[in-house]
Design a protein around this ligand. Sequence first.
Ligand code: SF4
Ligand code: SF4
Length: 343
Amino acid sequence: MGIAEDIRAKALELGFEGLGAVRLADADLAGYVVRVEERERKAPLGTGAYDFMRGLARPERRFPEARSLVVAVIDVSRYRIPEGTGGLIGRHYLFDSRRNPQSPDSRRITALTGFLGRLGLRCLHDEHPGIAPMRWAAWKAGLGLIRRNNFFYTGTGSWKQITAWAADRELELPGLQAPAPCPEDCGKCAEACPSGSLSGPYVMNMATCVSKLTYSPGPAGEGEIRRETGGWLYGCDVCQDVCPFNRGRRQGTEDFPGLAETAAKASPESILAMDLPEIKRELAGKFFYIGDESLHRWKLNALNVIANTRRADLSDLVRRSLSDPSPEVRLLAAKVLERLSEG
Ligand code: SF4
Ligand code: SF4
């Protein structure tokens, strides 16, 4: 068995769903940039908005010795979704191992990094944002494909976390059997997208995607209720939930460490009852896309969920937000009370 096969065998032993390796020269990262530019033409967002994606296509800038990408896939559909979080928090975020040393997957990644080192490989691993465009790298490493909703799928659906190392040696592995492509006439993901962000195959506008709206920096709705975010507090799974290739893969059986406690704090009512230092302590470490500078966004998101799901039973809590230190929260709380009083 060659070194690449040894790495794959170790990854499977550690509990990864799959592992692939592709030489940098074969990863066609220039092709990825072409796709990014196509998307930029179809969904323009202003100067520089796609630059971070282009930057991902140059792993050698951060690690000049890079010769290959070693890519591993973790199946997070094995985990049980805590009660009350389905439809509220995106599944990838619930089971995200990044910045979470308690996560079993974080330990798997650390163990595999150690194994690569013991094999004499010099590697760079970056958990966020990654050493390369992760979904593209996983596709090129033969682990699955990217579907029209832009998510990466193995033969067992899209509830995956992808992680990758740039390695200083040329490594290659034969790809796994490719899953069937999207059916010719299927457009369920774009049809179901609540904000119209996914306007066609592979075309997603980051400025209007619900997932991004719930955590991106910048104005959070200027005091208006965001109807398009529906019941989502952080993330959005709609275009994956409706996909036939995820059918029957909704609920796992393993408990993710610490998640039940965090989930209990992530309900709209808990969030409105917390002050910002508590939100920082209870939520910000795990759901890190909302940065410390915009923690009040949690309250705005909670208020949106309450308005969109018509939780009139929480009116008293919303009323208390009329004296919140944040003027944005006060303004939105007033709008939400108005909405709730309309029934
Ligand atoms: S994550 Fe939600 S809003 Fe974003 S493209 Fe998918 S369905 Fe649309
Ligand atoms: S819903 Fe249909 S078109 Fe969209 S990703 Fe799934 S199979 Fe492909």
